[in-house]
Structures are given as C-alpha cells and as structure tokens.
Write a protein that binds this ligand. Structure first.
Ligand code: DGY
Length: 324
C-alpha cells in the first residue's frame, strides 16, 4: 500500500535531523516554541491529527485520548521508551495503538547511570560545588576522600536492556560484581556472572550500589520502599535513571538524612519537573534533570524511531515497536 500523507502532532521540538525526516513523510504540526502544552492544547492536537507524538513530559490521560478518538487520532507514537505518562488502558479501550522507541536510548541511559555512580563514590558533585563557591583551600590528603568503585557490588532492579547495559559497563569497565532482581528469569548475563536473587530486599542487602532499571507500572510503584532501603547497608548508594515513581522518595529522604545509606544519584523524580524540597536539602545526593537519553545521537534516533513507527502505520503495516 502506498504511504498516505497523514497529519502528525508533535508536542515538543526534536533534533533537526529527526524533524526533517518527519516532514518528508507527514504534514507535521510542531510545538514551535517548545513550551509544555496544557491539557486543552493536547486535546486539540490529538483531536485534529491522525497521529500524536507526545513525550514523557506530557500527561496523556483518558480525557485526551477520548478527545483524540472522537476526532481523528488513530495512533500514539511516543517519543521515548517509557510510556507510564500515557493511559494505555484508555488507548486500548478506544482501539488506538501506542508505539515507543526502545533500544536506541539504552547506551546513553547506561552511560548516565555510570556517571551518577562515579559522581557519588568520588564525591564529584560536592567537589564542583565547593570549587565554584570559592571554598577550595587546596590539595590535602584528607580532602573530599571518596570510595573506589572498582571491586564493589552492584544490585540492579529490573534486568532488561538498560539494566544489562549498566551491568556490562560496571562489570567489564570497573570490575563490579553484579546481582539483580527481575520478576521473570533472565538470560544473556552468564559472561558477567550476574546472580539473580529472589527479592528486591535481598539485592539491597547484598549491594554497594542499587540501580533501578524497571519500567514504571502499578507493579513497580515504589519498588524501592522503606523496607528495601532499610535492608541496604550504611554507605551504599541508590541510583535512579528509570522513573521517580519506582522509589519511595519520602523513605529515601529519611534514609539519606539519618545516614542509613551513603547517598543517592537521581535523574528522575516523582512529579518532575517539581522536585520535593526535602530531596534538594538531603545530604550526599547528585541530582540531574532527566538527562538519561540526552545525547544528540540518541535524541535523533528516538525521533527516527517515531518516524519508522508512524510510516509503518501509514501504509498499514504492523508497528515496529507496538506497546498496546
Ligand atoms: C524515556 O524515553 O522513557 C526516557 O525517560 C526519556 O529519556
């Protein structure tokens, strides 16, 4: 079937190369000033386009999906791998398929996870803040002494693509042992001798770093809860590049403030971009603004994945990355 020229609604700006590719195949409405769209604008965009391409910063609830279904929306092609911001049940109820962009952001997100791990154990955030504040008084043997990363044990919660990429970097690059929790059994980790454990708490008790890589869903909501944090040993670190919802932030603040754990490196937050002030005030944290996939190569590839899915839809082929 030949490709129909459909109308597509893109909620945020993309890298130029991906926008150009999209324009070649579709009549595109871009959000030219790139400011977050309110619910009315999202409803309008969904209703008046064949395909909607939202991203993680848009909350696509049942009302927006219903407006799309009542109008001309026939596909939600999400720019991003995580789809917890989309009401998938509502999309299914209205028979609107959803696609995402898996695979292309694995390496970038794994790299950022290692960045946070290194920044935590080498106290890089503290050091930069001290220097910029004009408070560095010079080299001394006891100044901002951190811990070696080499030889520690990494505990991964969610051993999918990104979890495995983090495990491989940590094991082969820094000699970390890897243990993990995953709901189903996992293959392809024999070369790093990663050990699957029966519970999150067991992984927490065994690890020097806990890194979260599960998708956000009702099943994984606050999977790192107060009990799991209590199982961690003093000095161990939490790293979250997945979604804010997978960590009990209030319990994390208590663990940080009491010194029960060594620190936390966070790239994602409950209710972001608002940040709980208690997280900002907690000691031993490295806080980044959701940068996991933020390389030009990855952000372009994410856009091209949306184009691929939208084009498949336009000619009546199966979606490349169907979610629902
Ligand atoms: C995703 O794709 O889900 C990311 O969080 C955006 O970087």
């Amino acid at each position: 079937m030949s490709e129909k020229r459909l109308k597509i609604f893109v909620t945020r700006r993309w890298p130029e190369i991906a926008e150009d590719e999209l324009r070649k195949h579709f009549d595109v409405t871009f959000n030219t000033n790139d400011s977050p769209l309110d619910k009315a604008a999202l409803m309008d965009g969904f209703a008046n386009h064949d395909i909607a391409a939202p991203t993680v910063s848009d909350v696509i609830d049942a009302d927006i999906i219903a407006a799309g279904a009542a109008g001309r929306c026939r596909l939600i092609a999400n720019y991003g791998v995580g789809v917890n911001h989309i009401d998938l049940a509502a999309a299914k109820a209205h028979s609107i398929p959803v696609s995402n962009t898996p695979g292309v952001l694995t390496d970038a997100t794994a790299d950022l996870t290692l960045t946070l791990m290194l920044m935590l154990c080498r106290r890089a955030g503290e050091g930069e803040r001290e220097l910029r504040a004009g408070e560095w008084s010079g080299w001394r043997p006891t100044h901002l002494v951190g811990k070696a990363m080499t030889g520690k044990r990494l505990g991964i919660i969610g051993m999918g693509r990104i979890g495995k990429a983090v495990a491989r970097r940590a094991h082969f690059g820094f000699g970390l042992e890897v243990v993990f929790y995953n709901r189903s059994s996992v293959t392809g980790v024999d070369d790093i001798k990663a050990v699957q454990m029966a519970s999150v708490n067991e992984v927490c008790a065994a690890s020097d770093f806990i890194s979260l890589h599960c998708a956000a869903s009702p099943d994984t909501y606050q999977i790192l809860d107060a009990e799991a944090l209590a199982a961690m040993h003093e000095g161990a670190y939490v790293v979250n590049t997945a979604r804010g919802d997978v960590v009990d932030e209030a319990a994390l603040v208590v663990a940080l403030n009491s010194g029960a754990i060594g620190g936390a490196g966070l790239d994602v937050y409950q209710g972001e971009p608002e940040i709980n002030p208690a997280i900002l005030a907690a000691p031993n944290t490295v806080l980044l603004p959701h940068l996991g996939s933020a390389t030009i190569e990855t952000r372009a590839a994410m856009g091209l994945k949306v184009v691929e899915n939208a084009r498949a839809f336009a000619v009546g082929r199966d979606l490349v990355d169907p979610m629902a």
